[in-house]
Design a protein around this ligand. Sequence first.
Ligand SMILES: *[C@@H]1O[C@H](CO)[C@@H](O)[C@H](O)[C@H]1NC(C)=O
Ligand SMILES: *[C@@H]1O[C@H](CO)[C@@H](O)[C@H](O)[C@H]1NC(C)=O
Ligand SMILES: *[C@@H]1O[C@H](CO)[C@@H](O)[C@H](O)[C@H]1NC(C)=O
Ligand SMILES: *[C@@H]1O[C@H](CO)[C@@H](O)[C@H](O)[C@H]1NC(C)=O
Ligand SMILES: *[C@@H]1O[C@H](CO)[C@@H](O)[C@H](O)[C@H]1NC(C)=O
Ligand SMILES: *[C@@H]1O[C@H](CO)[C@@H](O)[C@H](O)[C@H]1NC(C)=O
Ligand SMILES: *[C@@H]1O[C@H](CO)[C@@H](O)[C@H](O)[C@H]1NC(C)=O
Ligand SMILES: *[C@@H]1O[C@H](CO)[C@@H](O)[C@H](O)[C@H]1NC(C)=O
Ligand SMILES: *[C@@H]1O[C@H](CO)[C@@H](O)[C@H](O)[C@H]1NC(C)=O
Ligand SMILES: *[C@@H]1O[C@H](CO)[C@@H](O)[C@H](O)[C@H]1NC(C)=O
Ligand SMILES: *[C@@H]1O[C@H](CO)[C@@H](O)[C@H](O)[C@H]1NC(C)=O
Ligand SMILES: *[C@@H]1O[C@H](CO)[C@@H](O)[C@H](O)[C@H]1NC(C)=O
Length: 856
Amino acid sequence: MDNSSASHLLFLLWFFAATFSFCKGNSNVSCNEKEKQALLIFKRGLTNSGNTLSSWSDQEDCCRWEGVLCDNKTGRVRELHVGDLNLQGLIPHQLGNLSGLHYLDFGFNPGLYVDSLHWMSSLSSMKHLHMSFVDLHAASDWLQIMSRLPSLSELHLEFCNLDSLNPSLGFVNFTSLLVLDLSYNLFNHEIPNWLISNISATLLQLDLSSNSLKGEIPHGISNFQKLEILALGENHLTGNIPESIGQLKHLTVLDLQINSFSGPIPSSLGNLSFMWELILSDNQLNGTFPKSLALLSNLKFLVIGNNSLTGSLDEVLFTKFSKLKDLDVSQTSLFFNVNSNWVPPFQLENAFMSFCKIGPNFPEWLKTQRSLEILLMSMSGILGKAPSWFWNWTSNVDLIDLSGNHIEGDVSDILLNSRILNLKSNHLKGQLPHLSANVKVLNIANNSFSGSISTLLCHEVNRMNKLEVLDASNNLLSGELSDCWRYWQSLIHLNLGSNNLTGRIPYSMESLVVLEALRLNNNSISGDIPSSLQKCSNLTLIDIGENHFPMTIPLWIGKMPSLQILRLRSSGFTGHIPLQICQLSSLRILDLAKNNLSGPIPKCLNLISAMAMQPNPAYGTFLEYFDDVSPYFDSLMLVPKGVALEYEGNGNLGIVSIIDLSSNNLFGSIPVEISFLSKLRLLNLSQNHLMGKIPEKIGTMEELESIDLSRNHLSGEIPPSMSNLTFLSYLDLSYNNFSGRIPLSTQLQSFDALRYTGNPELCGAPLRKNCTKEQKSDGDTPLGKAEDESETSWFYIGLGVGFALGFWGVCGALFFKRTWRHAYFRFVYDMKGQAYVTTVLKVNWICKKFKKLTLW
Ligand SMILES: *[C@@H]1O[C@H](CO)[C@@H](O)[C@H](O)[C@H]1NC(C)=O
Ligand SMILES: *[C@@H]1O[C@H](CO)[C@@H](O)[C@H](O)[C@H]1NC(C)=O
Ligand SMILES: *[C@@H]1O[C@H](CO)[C@@H](O)[C@H](O)[C@H]1NC(C)=O
Ligand SMILES: *[C@@H]1O[C@H](CO)[C@@H](O)[C@H](O)[C@H]1NC(C)=O
Ligand SMILES: *[C@@H]1O[C@H](CO)[C@@H](O)[C@H](O)[C@H]1NC(C)=O
Ligand SMILES: *[C@@H]1O[C@H](CO)[C@@H](O)[C@H](O)[C@H]1NC(C)=O
Ligand SMILES: *[C@@H]1O[C@H](CO)[C@@H](O)[C@H](O)[C@H]1NC(C)=O
Ligand SMILES: *[C@@H]1O[C@H](CO)[C@@H](O)[C@H](O)[C@H]1NC(C)=O
Ligand SMILES: *[C@@H]1O[C@H](CO)[C@@H](O)[C@H](O)[C@H]1NC(C)=O
Ligand SMILES: *[C@@H]1O[C@H](CO)[C@@H](O)[C@H](O)[C@H]1NC(C)=O
Ligand SMILES: *[C@@H]1O[C@H](CO)[C@@H](O)[C@H](O)[C@H]1NC(C)=O
Ligand SMILES: *[C@@H]1O[C@H](CO)[C@@H](O)[C@H](O)[C@H]1NC(C)=O
């Protein structure tokens, strides 16, 4: 390891110190009684200390307590390590008695908080202070207090709920500060002047990432003459990156990702010869890649993706980049200007080149890369056949994404070996390839593979497979579903939709005991649905729509406890809708449209409790397959508002709930019980023979966005409560026998009159027909709120109790919000102990940690 990386390991040290170090006291000195009492008060105030501080007993010398280290001469407590125990409670002011403290670590106890920090003023020997995750929002004078600690050299206050760096302060008197980490707080002002004028002379490391800092980087940034690490990523900073950054000649890490910086990459960065990590991704930088940067011979991480950079990356630019490991130029307009026989000086581990100009020719230089673990090259304009070495070469690459190119070829004789392969949307043809036991995810959707799928399923070569995700939808596969499913017991997600498969669903599919998603939609499969499928008890999604099953819906379907999505659309099902459907308490999407179902809508629908509960944002995620950097997303075609729409597993599919029974022969009335499904979003009962009234309480289904009741025999007045449906954006009541006045609301009048047409007795806006006096008016109805918060607020619901907002904001969003996840997945892949100090890595670490602790 070279010097610079060694010095950065130090930066992370507190992380691991906080986690792993527990110091036993010295044996020969005994502790000060006042200090002991102060510590006992701290312990007593904890709400859940459990056994974690069990050695802290009144009888025992406090210098022997776990986490307490005393001065070996005076017996005064010198270090206190109580980080990472998950302690909860108030940090008491009596700790001010520990005036000999040099080292204090409360970090990673998200339940700790303070009501004031005045007690800290007496800790005048304090050198290292770690309070990450402690809620400090009540201590608005934290800065004044901490800056008066004359010996303070390291200060770590991540995720502390701090909301201001007091930018108006004239000066702040930190005299010996070397390391300042204030990432993941709530600062939403400009970078304060005092930072530049008062602490810049000494500081080695400054981390203000993941706040909401505004404004530009001040030119005075060049005052930080000793600075080695500057992390300002994930803020709202704007303007150009100042050329003066090039004067920070000790800089080794510059992380400005995920801001709104514009203009060029400063060419002065080429002066920073120690730089090994340059992270400028996710900004609006434009212009070309500066030639001066070719001098950065220590560069390991060059991450400039998702910017408006243009121009060429010439061979000569890379001449000195022999240490380069990670290259991210994805989502830029940069193109590689290299000869086909170019031998780069580097051995990359991660090459992120999706959505950038690589093609039309295959990048031959990849052949020289023998350490590559991740190759992301989707949508990069590659045309034609992959070179003959390519498929064999991929066998050492762990993850490959070539989706959305125009790669041609027949891979039927190839043995694929990468753990994750995404070849979706290319022009691959021939029979299906062979798979080694390494392959976990194979996505070959949207190609031209043909022949029988038994060439894959039954071939001896494939029998050792451990495949978990197979998506071969949208190909030209034919033949029957074969009887070789016993060799594929690792499958979690199977999508063979939109092929030309025939025959029955074989009994042997019962072997797929961990299967969560079964998609066979849009084929020519027919016959019975075998009851053996019940054994796949983890099935969460069944989509066998658009086939030929001229049978009744099987009653055992009610015994699939995990089922959330049932799509039997357009497959010739007959008979009644079985009451057993109501036992599916997790069901959120029920699509039985376009069958020959008759009889009434079951009254017991109110038992489907998932449709009455706020969606759990994690719901959609079973359609996503998380594995390090490569999320696999499936999507589902639904018909929400009269138009077929693709619902994505990583997006709206997780939060939608829908009942679509349209285009059947259902009769009877709409059961009033349906109004108990208060979180239903989309309801389509159109084109049946339903009679009677719309349930009066339909207004309690407050999340409804779309109602289609058209082409039935419904009658009576439109219930006034419908004016309460403030999210309604689609309504079709046409061709029924409704009568009376259309209730007044912001929504109901906004729809086209065609949505009410074919009801001769209906009157009032938006219909042209005026109501007569006798036609009852519904009087004053509250006007609906126009806010549309539901889309953004969903993922906070149910989260956050007792935890720092910042923490959930980050981890919650990270796991559930697509755009953030991109940034996250960009980096998370196996860092192999490298001192990869970007904020993203920290988040990963923190989130994983708490995921484990809090079981979400
Ligand atoms: C601790 O005390 C023992 C005897 O009481 C003595 O032999 C030893 O040298 C002492 N150690 C220290 C570090 O003072
Ligand atoms: C006492 O502590 C100091 C530093 O804290 C250390 O250098 C010294 O070796 C210690 N002495 C003993 C006897 O442990
Ligand atoms: C020390 O502890 C006592 C009682 O435990 C308390 O009254 C006093 O305020 C503490 N001193 C400081 C400096 O916090
Ligand atoms: C700053 O702190 C130092 C050391 O604590 C002290 O000597 C100096 O007077 C302080 N300066 C101001 C302006 O408070
Ligand atoms: C802090 O900055 C102010 C304004 O530039 C200056 O007057 C003051 O002397 C500085 N104090 C220290 C301790 O650097
Ligand atoms: C820094 O870079 C700029 C622009 O590339 C150059 O003009 C200047 O001479 C360099 N300064 C040093 C100290 O190398
Ligand atoms: C970069 O963008 C700015 C506007 O943000 C524009 O004025 C400038 O011309 C652009 N530069 C290049 C090289 O495209
Ligand atoms: C593929 O690589 C293996 C060794 O990794 C080698 O034995 C085999 O001959 C290669 N196949 C082709 C077609 O190049
Ligand atoms: C699908 O299969 C049917 C019958 O086997 C055949 O007639 C048809 O051509 C096939 N379609 C395609 C697109 O292969
Ligand atoms: C079904 O999933 C649960 C957890 O979601 C798991 O514990 C169980 O083992 C799974 N069942 C099978 C048959 O794998
Ligand atoms: C609309 O909702 C409000 C509050 O939920 C309720 O008081 C009111 O009665 C409802 N209006 C109608 C017409 O149902
Ligand atoms: C409906 O009433 C309005 C006045 O309220 C009148 O101007 C309009 O002519 C009437 N339309 C019809 C078709 O009677």
